[in-house]
Design a protein around this ligand. Structure first.
Ligand SMILES: Cc1cc2nc3c(=O)[nH]c(=O)nc-3n(C[C@H](O)[C@H](O)[C@H](O)COP(=O)(O)OP(=O)(O)OC[C@H]3O[C@@H](n4cnc5c(N)ncnc54)[C@H](O)[C@@H]3O)c2cc1C
Length: 530
């Protein structure tokens, strides 16, 4: 979206993509719903929308940004409709429903299996240069302001630089900083190739970031790293324990399963811990047409779930579907990440962020990415147009080529994968869903020690080099998560401190900012936006 909007406003745009735009990132396999205030009678207004998502994050969001998302998301969907995205039913109607964390109908169901293909088509039709299989390793700076980026081709390890007056970071969250449920690093619900690269770049240049302590936990089908949560809940699935009790009657009697997702995750976790597991999705009370709509949605976004049901012989009208809380990561959807304003600007001149790597906005997933991507494209273009020639930081670029490619010259030393496994083990063991002072201090020490590996990292191929870069970014991100979790001495939203079980509004109703200063991680608080 950022690239499309910037091009529309006349900018010369280069889109740098680590994978390939047609099928990359969290939206690779498609989306099936988009939050917003759609022009259908009785759906509520942008203030209701902002309120619903403020509640989801227990106040840790920016109401203004949420309001903008509610208001502007329909336009983004209508824009994509022009590129063939199917967002209406046969009668031309928008299909709205309430969903996780909302009682109003703010969720548009659509056939988004080909969403990324639609983006690819739009990029081509708008003449945007796309560098697939290319990964930035560092931002290049002219003093405090952005001057471009150093990039490496992930297939050939060829190093190059790109001069840019403005850069929009939109690299998604950090998934591989925690172990996956199956132990297979790329078998994850979220996109495993999103490795916190924007966070590491933000840390490098002193960008303010927030909400790393509010990590995200998924609720997945047992032993199967595929999401299906939002679709199941929107359809009307109940969550029951091994005794057949509808557990959300106890944990969130007013919203039940439509409570914010972390309530349901922690409820399931609690039931299992207290010996009333396993827990299940129960669809058995639903009429056939509802089940058929759910299956139809799965075909768009996650056909694998249908196969899972088939292979296990599960008939939703008769059988329960086992679920479990799994896979921790940074909180996607505009929560953990680079703190942005209404124009998607960060505190670093020329640096913008959007989507899952942007922070402080409020959990609005794809809608956040599309709305603030669009806005970032506009702001970046305006900033660049008003900025004169930027001196090229040649020395920094040369130094970066040596740093970025150094692992290729080494024959001994740990690999990126080994470093990554150590980061994952530390994060999984000590910065999990339930934390305390001792566990977090152990994590911080462990992650600090892992920095000793950096000088010696070894890569035998371009592919290895990619993983070493990702692992280094994961280490930076992991450290920010652990330090933020240690610093916030309360329990709120998805941050559960066993030693501080209460929410502490007097001291902690504020953002915890994390940033990098001369290579160190520093933290301080910031009042929440009005
Ligand atoms: C399975 C699944 C289903 C979902 N369904 C929905 C849904 O129905 N509705 C909804 O609103 N949200 C949904 N979400 C969330 C939604 O997909 C994300 O919020 C949204 O895609 C975020 O957009 P983004 O551009 O920030 O990140 P992504 O879509 O993840 O895109 C990040 C891009 O950056 C690239 N990249 C990463 N690192 C680098 C780097 N260093 N250099 C260059 N490129 C890089 C990636 O390859 C990718 O192309 C779903 C998520 C998942 C995982």
């Amino acid at each position: 979206m950022a690239a499309l909007r910037a091009r529309e406003k006349g900018a010369n745009v280069i889109l740098v993509e680590k994978a390939a735009v047609q099928r990359s990132g969290s939206a690779a396999s498609g989306l099936d719903h988009a939050r917003g205030v759609y022009p259908v009678e009785g759906t509520g207004n942008p203030d209701d929308f902002a309120e619903a998502f403020m509640r989801q994050s227990e106040g840790m969001s920016n109401r203004k940004l949420l309001r903008i998302i509610g208001e502007e998301m329909p336009e983004r969907m209508f824009y994509l409709e022009k590129y063939g995205l199917k967002i209406r039913d046969e009668q031309g109607r928008l299909y709205l429903q309430s969903g996780v964390g909302t009682t109003q109908s703010f969720i548009l169901s659509f056939e988004g299996e080909d969403l990324k293909k639609r983006f690819d088509q739009a990029l081509k039709e708008n003449g945007i240069t796309v560098l697939n299989r290319t990964m930035p390793t560092r931002l290049l700076m002219d003093g405090r302001r952005v001057a471009g980026a150093a990039v490496v081709n992930t297939r050939t390890a060829e190093f190059s630089t790109i001069g840019a007056k403005a850069v929009v970071l939109a690299t998604g969250g950090a998934i591989r900083i925690y172990p996956s449920m199956t132990g297979l690093p790329y078998n994850t619900v979220q996109c495993p190739y999103n490795t916190g690269d924007a966070y590491a770049m933000g840390h490098q240049v002193g960008a303010e970031m927030v909400s790393f302590e509010f990590t995200q936990v998924m609720l997945t089908l047992k032993n199967y790293s595929v999401p299906g949560y939002a679709g199941a809940i929107s359809t009307g699935a109940r969550v029951v324990n091994a005794l057949g009790e509808r557990i959300m009657e106890k944990y969130h009697p007013s919203m039940l399963e439509k409570a914010p997702r972390h309530f349901v995750c922690f409820a399931v976790d609690q039931e299992i811990m207290e010996g009333r597991g396993p827990c299940y999705f129960d669809f058995r009370h639903l009429p056939e047409d509802k089940l058929e709509h759910y299956r139809h949605g799965l075909k768009n976004e996650r056909a694998m779930i249908l196969r899972y049901f088939d292979e296990k012989g599960l008939d939703l009208s008769k059988d329960l579907v086992e679920i479990e809380p799994a896979e921790i990561s940074t909180q996607n959807g505009g929560v953990s990440g680079l703190l942005i304003d209404e124009g998607a600007a960060t505190n670093v001149p020329g640096l913008y962020a959007a989507g899952d790597c942007a922070g402080g906005g409020g959990y609005c997933a794809g809608s956040n990415a599309m709305v603030f991507g669009w806005r970032a494209g506009a702001s970046a273009t305006e900033y660049a147009a008003g900025t004169g020639v930027i001196p090229w930081p040649g020395d920094a670029a040369r130094a970066e080529s040596l740093r970025a490619l150094r692992p290729l010259g080494r024959t001994h030393g740990p690999t990126g994968r080994e470093l990554e496994q150590k980061v994952q083990k530390t994060m999984g063991d000590y910065v999990g869903a339930r934390r305390n002072d001792a566990s977090l201090r152990t994590a911080v020490r462990g992650l600090e020690n892992l920095k000793n590996y950096l000088e010696d990292l070894r890569a035998e191929s371009a592919q290895d080099l990619l993983v070493t870069t990702e692992a280094q970014n994961g280490l930076v991100t992991g450290e920010m998560v652990a330090k933020a979790a240690l610093t916030r001495t309360e329990s709120r939203w998805t941050h559960r401190r066993v030693d501080y079980p209460e929410q502490d509004d007097a001291n902690w109703k504020k953002f915890l900012v994390v940033t990098g200063k001369e290579g160190r991680t520093v933290l301080y608080t910031r009042e929440l936006p009005e």
